[in-house]
Design a protein around this ligand. Structure first.
Ligand code: ADP
Ligand code: ZN
Length: 439
């Protein structure tokens, strides 16, 4: 039977009750961390804050922030808050932006994390009749295990495919009637493209929904995937440091992701000053775990840029929502002095009817930034004359100029010449970083 919520008592709690619960949990978690994590205790001592100073939710602003560099410095055991014997698992970040961070879990941490993923699956219409094909990577990456555990909790038949081997993914999807697909959006797009190449139409598969996350993706990309797979595509957000996917998930309204506020307290700050910003303002997302035993984090700076809003949602959930992160603060490129996010480029290309197969190349030559975007032409454009191709490149360039304010060089390249991603897509090659230019 289709449940509307996996844990209705939490997901539809009155806002005042959420705040009260968060306050009680915060006070306890701060004391727990202070008593058990020397690294953070030192940060609090340096700032002159004691656990007793945290009496209500707004007191959280007295606490020091934690950054990814702190976790790297404390690697591997420095942030551990419990005896290693109480831990049952380790996961690690993908290392997208540098040295990997490891996170530890007790059995209770795993249980709560899987509950969060189960909430996401139910919100995407999942129930015990579903066949959930998990093609996020299994192993150190949190994507596979998280959705796998959530799928078990909901009682779905779980297909633990892991990522890669697209032919086998498609064979199992068709033979075993998968109804929910879980992977990165870039891999979902690739699966859609491969299905089409094999001659399948969107209505030939039994998929009804997809739960896609672990990397930024645009609304344009969502529409593209929904069309190619014939499904409704839901966003899911999380990071290893806070447990993994499922910190926030989308409901049927598809207007941002509900944050599991009974387990996480979210703030938006000005990334430059650290000042807490009011609801509705755009800034860096900061998380405080409220229940974690092995790897609790207070005021962890995610570097993800987003907006929080608490409007009444017609799904009935009361948890605050975060907008799709437009990328991390460190995804932002400064090219010829202008801020550029890869997501802006993706939006332009998909709006112009191109597939999400592109690569951004940035370099510095003679003290000037070079900015090139390689875009795969559509198979039907492959036979175009050089004159027509140049015209199309100019059209894309004009649309980019309008969006970004600067002119990239556009190069239409042969179909299939840009590597497809089975996990997180690598969209940007910024050679300036290699030669030590701070960008
Ligand atoms: P790494 O930081 O090495 O990539 P993780 O695998 O833990 O390690 O990735 C977490 C990060 O992935 C988040 O901080 C965020 O930048 C990105 N991310 C996860 N889910 C989403 C999503 N739905 N939309 C945009 N970005 C996401
Ligand atoms: Zn909702």
């Amino acid at each position: 039977m289709q449940k509307k919520y996996y844990q209705p008592e939490a997901e539809t709690m009155q806002v005042e009750d959420i705040k009260k619960l968060q306050e009680e949990k915060l006070i306890k978690q701060v004391k727990y961390v202070y008593d058990n994590v020397e690294y953070y205790r030192n940060l609090m001592d340096e700032k002159g804050v004691k656990p007793e100073d945290i009496k209500c939710l707004s007191d959280i602003s007295k606490l020091p922030f934690l950054k990814k560099d702190d976790l790297r410095e404390a690697y591997p055991y420095g942030m551990l808050a419990t005896d290693l014997n109480n831990c049952v698992r380790i996961h690690s970040t993908s290392g997208t932006t540098g040295k990997r961070v490891v996170a530890f879990y007790t059995q209770n941490d795993i249980d709560l994390w899987e509950d969060c993923c189960a909430r996401a699956i139910v919100a995407a219409g999942g129930n015990e009749e579903d066949v959930v094909q998990v093609c996020y990577g299994y192993g150190l990456f949190t994507g596979g295990s998280g959705l796998h555990g959530g799928s078990h909790k909901v009682g779905c038949l779980t297909l633990p495919m892991s990522s890669g081997n697209t032919n086998r993914q498609i064979q199992f999807m068709m033979d075993l009637n998968s109804t929910i697909l879980c992977c990165t959006p870039s891999y979902a797009a690739y699966i859609g493209e491969s299905l089409k190449e094999k001659g399948y139409k969107p209505e030939d598969n039994k998929l009804k929904a997809g739960i896609f996350g672990a990397e930024p993706w645009t609304e344009e990309m969502r529409r593209d995937i929904e069309k190619s797979l014939g499904i409704k595509a839901y966003d899911i957000y999380g990071l290893t440091e806070t447990s993994g996917p499922g910190v926030a998930f989308e409901c049927e309204c598809q207007t941002g992701m509900h944050i599991n506020e009974d387990h996480f307290y979210a703030e938006i700050i000005d990334p430059d000053t650290g000042e807490v910003l009011p609801e509705g303002a755009k800034g860096e997302l900061v998380f405080t775990s409220l229940d974690k035993e092995a790897f609790p984090l207070l005021r962890y700076r995610t570097r993800d840029i987003t907006v929080l809003t608490r409007e009444k949602c017609s799904c009935g959930r009361t948890f605050i929502k975060m907008h799709k992160p437009m990328g991390r603060s460190d995804d932002m490129m400064i090219i010829r002095g202008v801020n550029v996010f890869p997501s802006q480029i993706e939006a332009v290309l998909l709006n112009k009817g191109y597939a999400p197969n592109y690569q951004i190349l940035v370099d510095r030559v003679n003290n000037t930034d070079t900015f090139e975007i390689h875009v795969e032409m559509l198979p039907e454009d492959f036979s175009d004359t050089p004159k027509v191709i140049t015209k199309k490149e100019k059209q894309i360039q004009a649309a980019m100029k309008e969006m970004l304010g600067i002119n990239p060089t556009i190069r239409l390249v042969a179909p299939k010449s840009i590597a497809r991603s089975e996990g997180k897509a690598v969209r940007v090659i910024d050679n300036r970083k290699k030669i030590g230019i701070n960008v």
